[in-house]
Ligand binder design. Structure first.
Ligand SMILES: Cc1cc2nc3c(=O)[nH]c(=O)nc-3n(C[C@H](O)[C@H](O)[C@H](O)COP(=O)(O)O)c2cc1C
Length: 343
């Protein structure tokens, strides 16, 4: 339904998209709120939410998010066009900026529902899903896939999938630049063992200059992101952004023209304390917010103590936002590059 959207805009202007990858159990709403305090411009993905869960499960809990999180993309898991249609319709009023279909997750649980990475084997099904989602979505519909699975030949499997989903109307493609093995490797091993092949993603972009192609897999730093952006339109960072969110600190200045301001640690601390207090007032626990923050200062003097305070004190019954203040107070910021975390 959409004719103009931020992916088309990115292609037209050459402005990249920097995304934090969808990660089950990690990129929940509290994590996204935290990341948003560090970068205003990074595109944030939800965890994968299964279409059936949206249709039959606790919608509000699965879909609601803080308006401060924008831009935020909802990743769906599913392989039934009717269910995905329904899920997109239910999600629409929540105001996500994008709907993404998971064609990359290899866990057994996901395979038994025949979606995720095993969909690489049935590109027609993916195309039908995308067409159905597009028909009811006002926001971009995108696909996140692997370069192939099992014995597939990526040089054939990837273009074949892309031809079909693009024909069905997909607005952008994010490619995790390695295969997934559907049997024999755990999801974790499937993020580490199959070798990364960035070149095939670059060639995919060369062959389709008019299509937004984003790359994912093994990207640790913004220097590496900048290198990839010489070849593709977007970079998606997963584990490195979660395990050390400071990596996101320079995104706005480096890729979006924001001023090179000093890191505002007090501001970050205060905003997270306010957010945590509100969450606790609404019946939540500090730990649900604090667990995403433990990697923030990796490598700085005091980071161990910071991590320790957040992971031991925040889990205690009745723990309040003052635990966040105590953790920040343990860090020695004096040696840190000023731009490492923006506000
Ligand atoms: C804990 C965890 C959960 C993940 N969950 C999802 C998911 O829900 N959907 C998805 O498409 N990929 C998922 N992934 C894969 C990431 O999105 C990403 O493709 C992968 O980690 C490679 O990127 P990285 O090397 O930058 O981490 C997950 C990864 C991790 C570590």
């Amino acid at each position: 339904m959409t004719t103009s959207h931020f992916y088309a805009e990115a292609l037209k202007t050459g402005r990249p998209i920097l995304a934090v990858a969808p990660m089950i159990d990690w990129t929940d709403r509290h994590c996204r709120y935290f990341h948003r305090q560090i970068s205003r411009n990074a595109l944030l993905y939800t965890e994968m939410v299964v279409a059936d869960a949206i249709i039959h499960g606790p919608r509000e809990r699965l879909l609601s998010f803080d308006q401060a999180e924008h831009p935020v993309a909802l990743q769906l898991g599913g392989s039934d066009p009717d269910k995905l249609t329904k899920a997109v319709e239910i999600a629409a009023p929540y105001g996500y900026d994008e709907i993404n279909l998971n064609v990359g997750c290899p866990s057994d649980r996901v395979q038994s529902g025949t979606f995720g990475a095993c969909l690489m084997l049935t590109p027609d099904v993916v195309a039908r899903c995308v067409r159905a989602m597009k028909a009811v979505s006002d926001v971009p519909v995108t696909v996140k896939c692997r370069i192939g699975v099992d014995e597939q030949e990526p040089e054939q499997a990837l273009p074949d999938l892309l031809d079909r989903v693009l024909h069905a109307g997909a607005d952008a493609i994010w490619i995790h630049a390695r295969k997934a093995w559907l049997k024999g490797l755990s999801p974790k091993e499937n993020r580490e063992i199959p070798p990364l092949d960035y070149d095939i993603v670059y060639r995919t972009k060369q062959a389709r200059p008019d299509v937004f192609i984003g790359i994912n897999g093994g990207i640790q730093t913004l220097d590496q992101a900048a290198e990839h952006l010489k070849h593709v339109d977007g970079v998606m960072i997963g584990r490195a952004a979660y395990q050390n969110a400071g990596v996101l600190g320079d995104v706005d200045h480096r890729f979006f023209g924001a001023a090179d301001t000093e890191a505002d640690w007090d501001g970050l601390r205060d905003r997270m304390m306010t957010y945590a207090a509100r969450h606790i007032d609404n019946g939540g626990r500090l730990q649900q917010v604090a667990r995403h923050m433990v990697g923030l200062f990796t490598g700085l003097p005091g980071a161990r103590r910071y991590r320790q305070i957040l992971s031991t004190e925040a889990v205690k019954a009745g723990a309040g936002p003052e635990v966040i203040a105590a953790a920040f107070a343990a860090v020695d910021f004096s040696g840190m590059a000023a731009e490492a975390v923006g506000a």
